[in-house]
Design a protein around this ligand. Structure first.
Ligand SMILES: Cc1ncc(COP(=O)(O)O)c(C=O)c1O
Length: 390
């Protein structure tokens, strides 16, 4: 059985979520049908909405269930842009950072190519922290042109956090809608939507131990966005399509478990993370903790190893039965430099020498020991391969 240390890519389905999923998979009714079976399915969906709303502190009517983080990001970014650009005197400017997930970057770049959007990518520090002074200056100078600001709550590669409260306070000075991709943050740090000041926030079930293919966009009651899909008008008209009651219920259960268990999990993981980091830094003198001293997610451990290919390291560790990642699962498999590390000012060479070890609720001391046992030899071999390749 492989040692799984890639929870940021996807975390195993929680037993509680699996039980809820199984209990509801055989639901017969369509939640939009008026007969009793339909209403039973509707009840499951609405209870899931209520539960998720309680977990992240929002109003139940603000929960729009989707197929996952990618859809939620697309709906938020295109939907807010279209609304602002068409109704609100043609605002065309989108503000973001190039350290975002591709589901954000590519949606923005599509709007630039096809829909006349203009984007300003904010600078980030070498630890990956978005420059909020630059944001403040930009909002003061061009606030009236900005359709939306989209900045992720926590970075999925480095784990670095954004001060979302500060972002929304700056945006409020020009009444600008802010969206945040909180897919990597949920279950790993405190998420409180009603206090955040956000117009919209993306979530994904499989990152918290729910099923793949389920997610939510939380849309503030005050926010307006144009839908991507047109049809039955479900989910407040923002996401047409028959709702996935069983998936939503399992997602809500997983989010509840992940959030309730977060403090205890982190208390358990603190010594394991310290041990793991000490072992990496002891075996690889060139190892550089990517987010430095910036605030970040405990469970996401990301290093660059100059002169050592992240892909080789991953391969060597995988051969030793330890599953980790070079970074985002969506770009892994393609031997290219991490766009996140490049945005943080790293060279092409450094940005290909990355490794992300991400822990989660199933991680045990034995898992960490297995990694520590396998790492020195894997690193030495990957380093040799890197030297041979020049
Ligand atoms: C930060 C972030 N946003 C969005 C996504 C996409 O979510 P999903 O896989 O649910 O489409 C991911 C998944 O890797 C992610 O890490």
């Amino acid at each position: 059985m492989a040692i799984y240390l890639d929870h940021a890519a996807t975390t195993p389905l929680r037993p509680e979520a699996l039980r809820v999923l199984q209990a509801h998979l055989e639901i017969v009714g369509n939640p939009s049908s008026v007969h009793q079976l339909g209403q039973a399915a509707r009840r499951v969906l609405e209870e899931a909405r209520e539960s998720l709303a309680a977990t992240i502190d929002c109003n139940r009517s603000e929960v729009i269930f989707t197929s996952g983080g990618t859809e939620s990001n697309n709906l938020a970014i295109k939907g807010l842009f279209w609304q602002q650009n068409s109704l609100d005197s043609g605002k065309r400017l989108i503000v973001s950072a190039y350290t975002e997930h591709h589901a954000v970057i590519d949606a923005i770049e599509w709007l630039e190519r096809e829909q006349g959007a203009e984007t300003i990518w904010l600078p980030v520090s070498d630890a990956g922290v978005v420059d909020l002074v630059a944001l403040e200056t930009l909002v003061a100078e061009r606030g009236a042109e900005i359709a939306l600001i989209t900045l992720m709550w926590a970075n999925n590669e480095t784990g670095v956090l954004t001060d979302i409260g500060a972002v929304t306070r700056i945006a409020a000075t020009s009444n600008i809608a802010v969206h945040s991709d909180a897919v990597a943050a949920l279950g790993h740090c405190e998420i409180n939507f009603s206090k955040s000041g956000l117009a919209a926030m993306s979530l994904s079930a499989h990152k918290v131990g729910g099923p793949v293919g389920v997610g939510a966009l939380i849309v503030a009651r005050s926010a307006k966005l144009t839908s991507l899909t047109h049809g039955g008008g479900q989910e407040r008209g923002m996401r047409s399509g028959t709702m996935n009651s069983a998936g939503a219920a399992a997602f809500a259960e997983a989010a509840k478990q992940a959030t309730m268990g977060q403090v205890a999990l982190q208390a358990r993981l603190v010594p394991l993370v310290a041990k793991l980091r000490a072992a990496i830094e002891g075996a690889a003198t060139e190892a550089r903790f990517s987010r430095g001293d910036a605030p970040g997610l405990l469970e996401t451990i990301h290093y660059t190893f100059d002169g050592c290919s992240g892909d080789s390291l991953l391969f060597m560790l995988d051969s030793a039965g330890v599953a980790v990642s070079t970074g985002s699962a969506c770009t892994a498999g393609v031997a290219s430099a991490s766009h996140v590390l490049l945005a943080m000012g790293r060279s092409e060479r450094e940005a290909t020498g990355t490794l992300r070890i991400s822990l989660g609720y199933t991680t045990t001391e034995a898992d960490v020991e297995a990694f520590i046992g396998a790492f020195p030899a894997a690193h030495a071999r990957a380093k040799m391969a890197g030297l041979a390749a020049g």
